[in-house]
Design a binder for this molecule. Structure first.
Ligand SMILES: Nc1ncnc2c1ncn2[C@@H]1O[C@H](COP(=O)(O)OP(=O)(O)OP(=O)(O)O)[C@@H](O)[C@H]1O
Ligand SMILES: [Mg+2]
Length: 225
């Protein structure tokens, strides 16, 4: 089943009477359980594509369906609920709250989603950070912060995890640890993953490779089979 479906999607930004077309004629279906890598040069529209796919941004033309329903048909509240409960996000610069501990950062995501069930200790154990739950983000390395960010992204048990260059700011070993975590989320926990990367090495963790250039898809191929 398709969990994300983009049909003839375009995205323009308007600024000072100037129109910039950032995505054009995007057609892509992501099936449940896929692990998709998105690559392309800086400015090719990768981040914008993630935002449009996840309903963080609306598209200017075409349609995006999530979980079998057109995003245009969702009310603001419903869309917010979907983003909180069914989608997790991981960013290049972790985006943890600096004045909250590791535990509290994850608690915050849970509270915002109104989630009574998510087990914070289990999520921290999954990413190997259970011993650091009382630390603040500044007391952790980049790789450790990113693993906390992954725990935060999955605390509400989302169906899809979007990640925007999650290893872009990490040394090699930390990047490998984070990618192995994503691989487990995909194979063991059956999360659908859409991940933007600049790294060729990251591709070997993924099973599909979508390439963007100037806002268009110029390649879409299966990997490793
Ligand atoms: N809010 C905005 N207003 C106007 N233009 C924007 C906006 N957001 C992005 N853009 C433009 O859209 C284009 C694509 O941006 P995007 O952030 O999607 O690229 P990217 O592929 O993620 O690049 P990078 O690898 O550098 O992160 C860029 O030219 C950018 O300047
Ligand atoms: Mg980007």
């Amino acid at each position: 089943m398709e969990i994300i479906k983009c049909q003839n999607v375009a995205k323009d930004y308007y600024h000072n009477k100037l129109t910039t077309t950032v995505l054009r004629d995007i057609n892509i279906d992501v099936r449940r359980g896929e692990f998709v890598a998105v690559t392309g040069p800086s400015g090719s529209g990768k981040t914008t594509l993630l935002y449009v796919m996840s309903g963080l941004e609306s598209c200017t033309a075409g349609s995006v369906q999530l979980f079998g329903r057109d995003l245009a048909g969702f009310g603001a509240r419903e869309l917010a609920d979907i983003r909180k409960r069914r989608i997790g996000f991981v960013f290049q610069f972790y985006n943890l709250m600096p004045n909250l501990t590791v535990y509290e950062n994850i608690m915050l995501a849970k509270v915002i989603a109104g989630n009574q069930e998510g087990d914070i200790d289990a999520a921290l154990a999954l990413v190997g950070m259970e011993k650091r739950k009382r630390h603040f983000p500044t007391q952790l390395s980049g790789g450790e912060q990113q693993r906390v960010a992954v725990a935060r992204a999955i605390i509400n048990n989302p169906d899809i995890v979007f990640a925007d260059e999650p290893t872009g700011n990490l040394d090699h070993a930390s990047g490998v640890a984070v990618m192995e975590l994503f691989k487990r989320l995909n194979t063991e926990y059956r999360k659908t993953i859409v991940l933007v990367t600049h790294s060729e090495e990251v591709l070997r963790y993924c099973d599909r490779h979508v390439r963007l250039l100037d806002g268009r898809i110029i390649g879409d191929e299966k990997l490793g089979i």
